[in-house]
Design a binder for this molecule. Structure first.
Ligand code: ZN
Length: 275
């Protein structure tokens, strides 16, 4: 029995350290007088991060793939009209907001997910995946031109969900880091409120309520290792966001620490357990 559980323990710790975590911090949510713990990896969530960027891209593909996209629209800019790519992006963003209002007024329903691409010209393109009314290409081109951006716009019908996922992958997984570096202050992906229930932010799960959330300045695998190997906490579960759920051993956890961050965390655990 003991051999079996130490095998399981090692297996779990190998799993944890093989995962890709960025940053140097995690959080421990102390629940029920430290009989249960939720260990939360803290990610930087940057498109420029070699760990978080691709993961975010994949999350967006999943989210976009769940929608029945009807059309791809690409909005370009006439580079000679702008002082630099940043100005072009800012003006395209403002013009797109106007275009959305005009489309809805003239054609009715229009929901979208949109994302930026750093085109090889060095200037941005705005890619839109839309759900809703048919929009004549000529009309869109005229509108885009009237707003002073350029006249080259493409509209094409989406043939399959797979084609759609490939299209998104090209920009949000392969190209996202370059785009992010070129336009660091832009939100790379933007969705309309009615696109899929909306929300432009991260789908960050809230920590379980009723606990005390303690930030820990150590790498996530180290935190889990300390809690399990040194203090004796036992593995319960983990989830798709990389969180790990532990429970205290029957006789209570051991009270040992070596590093400063361990002392700090232990003090919180003891306070919760004895309090
Ligand atoms: Zn990161």
């Amino acid at each position: 029995m003991a051999a079996e559980s130490s095998l399981l323990l090692r297996e779990k710790l190998t799993l944890i350290s093989s995962r890709e975590y960025c940053g140097k911090a995690g959080a421990v949510n102390i629940l029920d007088h430290a009989t249960r713990l939720e260990v939360v990896p803290l990610f930087c969530h940057s498109w420029g991060c070699p760990r978080c960027g691709p993961r975010k891209g994949r999350e967006w593909i999943k989210r976009i793939s769940a929608q029945k996209i009807e059309r791809f629209i690409t909005l370009t800019c006439q580079t000679t009209r702008f002082a630099n790519p940043l100005v072009a992006a800012a003006e395209m963003k403002a013009a797109f907001a106007v275009i959305v209002r005009r489309i809805r007024r003239k054609f009715g329903k229009f929901e979208y997910g949109g994302f930026w691409e750093l085109h090889k010209s060095g200037y941005p393109h705005l890619h839109i995946l839309s759900v809703g009314s048919y929009i004549p290409q000529k009309w869109l081109s005229l509108q885009w031109k009237s707003l002073g951006i350029g006249f080259i716009v493409h509209i094409s019908q989406v043939k399959s969900a797979r084609q759609c996922a490939r299209y998104v992958a090209k920009y949000l997984v392969k190209g996202a880091r370059r785009t992010w570096e070129a336009f660091p202050n832009m939100r790379l992906v933007q969705v309309s409120a009615g696109f899929d229930g909306g929300g432009n932010g991260e789908a960050v799960k809230k920590a379980a309520p009723g606990g005390k959330l303690v930030r820990v300045e150590a790498r996530f695998p180290q935190i889990v290792e300390y809690l399990m190997l040194d203090l004796g906490f036992m593995w319960v579960d983990d989830d798709d966001q990389g969180r790990v759920y532990l429970r205290a051993p029957p006789g209570g956890f051991r009270r040992v620490a070596k590093e400063p961050w361990q002392y700090k965390l232990l003090a919180q655990l003891v306070e919760a357990a004895d309090g």
